[in-house]
Design a protein around this ligand. Sequence first.
Ligand SMILES: [Cu+2]
Length: 135
Amino acid sequence: MKDSIVARVMRGALIGLMFASLPSIALADPKDYDFELVRTSIPLGSEQIITVRLVNKKTGKSVPDAVIFATRLDMAPDGMQEMVTKVTPMPGTEPGTYRFKATFSMQGRWQLSLGAKVQGEAGTVESKLVVTAGK
Ligand SMILES: [Cu+2]
């Protein structure tokens, strides 16, 4: 009888450990992160700055020190996906924000495609943001 009680307690402890480890697995999900535009409208012209914030959706906090490894800026939202402009990463002005320099030659909607690696994070955060130029 004593043995079965011990076995039951052990089993309970094991199940408890399994559940205790679940939150850390959930935290490592790239879907918990997203990019937000600081401003959605951009003036027309060269050397315009787009500022985005990387946010942990669970905590609502900005995420500093991410590595942004892929960017593309095109007019896909206005049916001109072949109309691409160069995107140059710039130093951020505050932790958790990331800046890019680009030339906006045409009024309308431009889509910024971003990929990011977050520290301590196995997956990739991917996002597409739409800015409106010249309005
Ligand atoms: Cu265009």
